[in-house]
Ligand binder design. Structure first.
Ligand code: FES
Length: 265
């Protein structure tokens, strides 16, 4: 883990308030894993006091050397609105890589990746890491969900990797009309994957965990929580542990990726 000042390489508006920002971070991020995150602090005088957490979306690899990392984010408040106005050459304070990410087994031959909305951010890095680990793209099926077609991001990343895509939107403006967990359940029942990886809102993760449990499939979920410190000091990122009365885990140090069966949703 390293704290450093990094330079913005680019900050692309993808539409509907979603952005992808590139940062020229140090080589410490070469060993970052999918599901890990960074804490970002703006450097201008009226910047919000607290850092904000962002999943690592992708590593930028240039001739086998790390050229930086990308973060995918949605403008939802003052901090992300300020970040959205950053331009190439601007500076940011970065702390990371943090947390424990998705665990990958080369032995898996059927894998389902599931995301809702901005929960797709770490799944692009995960998809690339699965292929780097030697898993065939044909072994991976990706389920993307969003409120509308504008909330379904990164389709081209997964299809360029050769992965089969299933799209669901609440309003039916793209793919199936309904929840992303509807086609997931059908596929899990038919194919019994070795592993389900999921990231998205807690309600969606709870449904994915239920499906995994019903069909006795292993499942890892990445939770989205409020984080103030990212290092286990503020206890602001507590998530409830299943079965333990008032037992909590902390997303920043125990996660943000957990075995699905470990959590109360
Ligand atoms: Fe502070 Fe987790 S964010 S303890």
């Amino acid at each position: 883990m390293k704290q450093e000042t990094v330079t913005v390489l680019g900050n692309e508006h993808l539409g509907n308030g979603y952005f992808r920002i590139g940062l020229d971070c140090s080589q410490a991020y070469r060993i970052a894993g999918p599901g890990q995150f960074v804490m970002v602090h703006l450097m201008d005088s009226d910047a919000p006091l607290l850092r904000r957490p962002f999943s690592i979306h992708r590593q930028i690899i240039d001739h086998d050397r790390l050229g930086g990392i990308e973060l995918l984010y949605k403008v939802v408040g003052n901090c992300t609105e300020k970040i959205s106005r950053l331009e190439r050459g601007d500076r940011l304070d970065l702390l990371g890589p943090l947390g424990s990410g998705f665990r990958i087994s080369k032995a898996h031959s059927r894998i389902h990746l599931v995301s809702g909305g901005i929960g797709v951010a770490p799944m692009a890095f995960l998809a690339m890491s699965l292929l780097e680990a030697g898993i065939e793209s044909s072994a991976c099926k990706v389920f993307l969900g969003g409120r509308t077609q504008d909330d379904v991001l990164c389709r081209e990343i997964f299809s360029d990797l050769g992965m089969v895509l299933s799209i669901s939107t609440d309003d039916g403006s793209a793919g199936n009309a309904g929840l992303v967990t509807d086609p997931l359940e059908v596929a899990v029942k038919a194919e019994k994957p070795d592993m389900i990886y999921a990231c998205g809102p807690m309600g969606m993760l709870g449904s994915v965990a239920d499906i995994a449990e019903s069909f006795s499939v292993s499942c890892q979920v990445s939770v989205e929580t409020v984080m103030a410190c990212g290092m286990g000091a503020c206890l602001g990122c507590a998530v409830e542990r299943r079965g333990g009365q008032d037992a909590f885990l902390h997303a920043c140090v125990d996660g943000p990726v957990f075995d699905a069966a470990l959590l109360e949703y």
